[in-house]
Ligand binder design. Structure first.
Ligand code: MG
Length: 161
């Protein structure tokens, strides 16, 4: 069962057009100034470690399912309209992602806030509302995975010093 959940979460991200290397690029963006020898491989390794956590998989499966159901138009109003418009007062997309941000301690919040504001790389694409796709939950999930992976990297680098 646990392997099935892990694979399902991973597939959900890929099927929604996000590659793990896209998330690793966000980690590079967040951490390159603090770790001069940081490689894309190490960023990816930390993304993989975050994705192996059950609470992360649960958040991914829940959020992406709601994005998909929104695109199909099968949710009830007024929730459907709020999710379609990515209504700024809704906020539950962020709450679900906080369960990911949290896993390596509070420094995750700083990283999450930073990418959420700047929207580099894949986050800019996910926020493009002209495509007709709904990524109300996915953009926060991706930002949160990158933030948690950055925290993990920072903790491990700190342990080595
Ligand atoms: Mg959102």
């Amino acid at each position: 069962m646990s392997e099935e959940i892990k694979q399902a979460a991973r597939n959900a991200i890929l099927e929604r057009g996000v590659k793990l290397s896209d998330i690793a690029e966000l980690v590079m963006f967040l951490q390159k100034d603090y770790h001069p020898n940081l490689t894309p491989e190490l960023c990816l390794e930390n993304v993989e470690a975050v994705l192996s956590k059950r609470e992360v998989q649960n958040a991914i499966l829940t959020g992406i399912e709601l994005d998909r159901l929104t695109e199909k138009g099968v949710l009830s109003e007024p929730l459907l309209d709020m999710l379609k418009r990515d209504e700024s007062l809704y906020g539950i997309d962020e709450i679900i992602s906080f369960s990911i941000v949290n896993i390596y301690g509070s420094i995750g919040f700083t990283n999450y806030g930073y990418v959420d504001k700047l929207k580099p790389g894949i986050l800019e694409k996910l926020n493009d509302k002209s495509t007709g796709a709904c990524h109300t939950f996915l953009d926060d999930l991706v930002g949160a995975i990158a933030a948690a992976a950055s925290s993990r990297l920072a903790h491990h680098a700190g342990d080595k010093k």
